[in-house]
Design a protein around this ligand. Sequence first.
Ligand SMILES: *[C@@H]1O[C@H](CO)[C@@H](O)[C@H](O)[C@H]1NC(C)=O
Ligand SMILES: *[C@@H]1O[C@H](CO)[C@@H](O)[C@H](O)[C@H]1NC(C)=O
Ligand SMILES: *[C@@H]1O[C@H](CO)[C@@H](O)[C@H](O)[C@H]1NC(C)=O
Ligand SMILES: *[C@@H]1O[C@H](CO)[C@@H](O)[C@H](O)[C@H]1NC(C)=O
Ligand SMILES: CC(=O)N[C@H]1CO[C@H](CO)[C@@H](O)[C@@H]1O
Length: 313
Amino acid sequence: MLAPSILVVTLLSGQALAATYSVVDTYQGSNFFDNFVFETFDDPTHGRVNYVDMSTAQSKGYATVSGNNFTLRADHTTVLGTGGRGRDSFRIQSKKSYDHHVSVYNVAHMPHGCGTWPAIWEKGDPWPTKGEVDILEGVNDVAPNQSTLHTSPDCTMPSSRTESGTPTSNDCNTAANSNSGCGVKHNDANSYGPDFNSNGGGWLAMERTSSFIRIWFWQRDDANVPTDVKNGSGSINTDDWHTPDAYFPNTSCDIASHFSDNNIVINLTFCGDWAGSAYGSSGCPGSCVDFVNNNPSAFLNAHFTFIWIKVYT
Ligand SMILES: *[C@@H]1O[C@H](CO)[C@@H](O)[C@H](O)[C@H]1NC(C)=O
Ligand SMILES: *[C@@H]1O[C@H](CO)[C@@H](O)[C@H](O)[C@H]1NC(C)=O
Ligand SMILES: *[C@@H]1O[C@H](CO)[C@@H](O)[C@H](O)[C@H]1NC(C)=O
Ligand SMILES: *[C@@H]1O[C@H](CO)[C@@H](O)[C@H](O)[C@H]1NC(C)=O
Ligand SMILES: CC(=O)N[C@H]1CO[C@H](CO)[C@@H](O)[C@@H]1O
């Protein structure tokens, strides 16, 4: 009689502990400059973009601090010739990487407009061996806003699972389906683009354990945003949060072996493999590259503003 009841108590307390996390890093204001690298390589997804280094981003006003807010923007004043890499923009990567963790992104504004392809994501090196989790990603305002996993082979998702979003594909192996991964469309209002921005943005969260990945979005005035998320509390309990927008369980994917230490990446590219190919069907004018070259003022709203990012383990 004694042994089984001890076992039950141990299992229950183990589960409770697993959902409780403490803050390890808070990114806000000017500490983004100390804790992220501005990467300058050519966009591997062939965008019409020129990723600039930190000193250029600072001197040209692409990366700015106001109080605790941190803003990253693209060039919105220059008409481009047909040469060069493209429109000045940003790709920042956290110096620290994280294995099992929760990250919460308090976002006041995200880039929008025709030709834009913004992303908040986490990925490991080498890719895709250590996995990729796209937390917020979309193109041209009207394309699906998605959370997506990209992995090495042998990782698929059950088609029916406990999430409010809608799966678009269930094979996470990035080589299986032209790098589209296993995506989930969010069905919340105001979760992307102009609607997200006019509503003041909101919070995105990602939890990765050895057995599942969950992603949530709450719009700014959501009555159900958990208080620990809203407050940016020092400790959080993800089991108190509602059904996630996207849920990726280990049913037919060994999450622990497909994901390990990942860095946070925040980038904005233009056109390229996704925004370029979806441009014509997005109700955008002319050709994507011509639009990006010739209409700088269309990119006035192509910026992220973060109130903070917190990582919990
Ligand atoms: C920018 O983000 C997208 C979104 O995941 C990614 O596919 C693309 O490769 C990124 N570009 C760079 C240069 O990292
Ligand atoms: C930071 O951003 C929020 C949301 O846009 C805004 O209400 C606040 O005034 C900003 N604070 C500063 C100091 O710019
Ligand atoms: C999924 O994770 C749970 C909890 O760690 C574990 O008990 C179960 O065996 C795992 N399932 C598979 C198919 O790996
Ligand atoms: C959140 O902040 C409010 C107001 O400051 C406070 O009353 C409440 O206890 C906090 N809740 C949590 C979970 O931190
Ligand atoms: C705000 C917004 O654009 N939400 C969209 C996210 O994606 C789903 C699925 O495509 C749409 O139904 C939402 O309208």
